[in-house]
Design a protein around this ligand. Structure first.
Ligand code: SF4
Length: 380
């Protein structure tokens, strides 16, 4: 039984400044990922076909906060703007009824993360500057489009679209694609095989016709260290479970002993604890922020290009056949918004009614239109 609503490919160019014909399908990383997870899910939710998302007045807090922190990093590193002002401007650009329910908690979280990153984590660590175009424009939030070609004939099958968070150079002037993530938990084991890291390195290499080493993957933990507890008996707590870092704890020791008590820090009391905190940190990571250099070699990039070509070929053939079979797994309950409609498609219920709560993503709220003028001038 066919359980399809409409076989059209919905994907059109994401932005007006495209150098490729508008009738070539557009594909994103999320479409390729969704298609690998489940054809039906991809058909309903991905940009390439129905592009449906749940309609809700309030934004999803995880996505909304992540987008705000990306915006902060773009204007802080790209244009030297006060990061707290950038976050406040982002927040104000959203009318209160559209913000997530917990937007006030998120504002506090953002302030703590921004303060820690800019005043404690970054100073004293090696800094990798944002690359600049010949006219001085910083290379941040760059939309890209690169053709995915037929692996044998070389014909263009689709245009791979996306956005780099930035391009940075290292101390040897090598190029890296910058990618930020805000997360409740750091992940690193997957980076060697991460699909997006490979795809973005490949896209940057083709777009700029330059060698790229890979991606600089910066993860920001959704928490921030607090000042250590001051004990009733005097001195700072040595509890290993408290949320702190070597640098934050060292700064707190100075404040407590040198500024508040006017005495020297009794290092014999804190030496072992400071060593413990130090061991938890590296030049690129602590418990709150970590950056990883994710290398990709030529063979990996060529392999990705071939895989993407064959995958898009298959995706296009599904558009022709009009059949997108499901792939039910134990993850459906948490990783798919379409579970109820999917079940209805299987048992003959009215799935169209269930899809009524979704609408096409193209109608998203344009919050950027509400930003202060200076943001639009810089990004123009
Ligand atoms: S519920 Fe599972 S099988 Fe159904 S569309 Fe979603 S991911 Fe696919």
């Amino acid at each position: 039984m066919s359980t399809i609503l409409d076989f059209r490919i919905a994907a059109k160019a994401q932005h007006k400044k495209t150098k490729y014909p508008l009738d070539i399908p557009r594909v994103h990383t999320s479409d390729l990922n969704a298609d690998r997870r489940c054809r039906r899910k991809a058909y309903l939710g991905s940009y390439m076909w129905q592009n449906l998302a749940r309609e809700s007045e309030r934004q999803n807090d995880k996505l909304w906060f992540g987008s705000g922190m990306h915006f902060v990093m773009e204007y802080y590193h790209g244009y030297d703007m006060d990061p707290q002002y950038v976050y406040d401007s982002y927040q104000k650009a959203w009318p209160e009824p559209k913000r997530p329910d917990n937007w006030e908690d998120l504002a506090e979280l953002a302030a703590g993360m921004i303060h820690y990153y800019t005043t404690i984590w970054l100073p004293g660590r090696e800094f990798f500057p944002i690359a600049r175009k010949s006219d001085g424009t910083p290379m941040v939030e760059i939309k890209f489009e690169v053709p995915i070609k037929h692996p044998i004939t070389g014909e263009i099958l689709a245009i791979y679209e996306g956005q780099f968070d930035g391009i940075v150079t290292d101390t040897h002037s090598r190029l890296w694609v910058l990618e930020y993530k805000t997360a409740k938990q750091f992940i690193k084991g997957h980076l060697d095989m991460d699909f997006q890291m490979t795809a973005y390195t490949w896209a940057a290499k083709h777009m700029y016709e330059k060698d790229f080493e890979g991606c600089l993957y910066v993860q920001m933990h959704k928490s921030f260290p607090k000042d250590p507890l001051v004990l009733k008996t005097g001195g700072l707590s040595l509890n290993k479970n408290q949320r702190t870092s070597y640098r934050r704890y060292s700064a707190a020791l100075k404040t407590y002993y040198e500024e508040r008590l006017g005495t020297k820090i009794p290092m014999e009391r804190y030496h072992e604890y400071l060593e413990y905190l130090k061991e938890e940190e590296t030049p690129d990571a602590d418990k709150f922020v970590r950056r990883d250099f994710v290398y990709r070699n030529e063979t990996e990039l060529a392999s990705w290009e071939e895989q993407a070509g064959y995958q898009v070929l298959e995706m296009l053939s599904r558009t022709t056949s009009g059949y997108f079979f499901p792939n039910p797994t134990r993850d459906c309950s948490w990783d798919c918004d379409f579970q109820t409609a999917c079940l209805a498609m299987n048992d003959g219920s009215d799935y169209e009614q269930m899809l009524g709560e979704f609408k096409q993503r193209k109608d998203r709220y344009d919050w950027q239109a509400n930003l202060p003028e200076k943001f639009r001038e810089l990004a123009a």
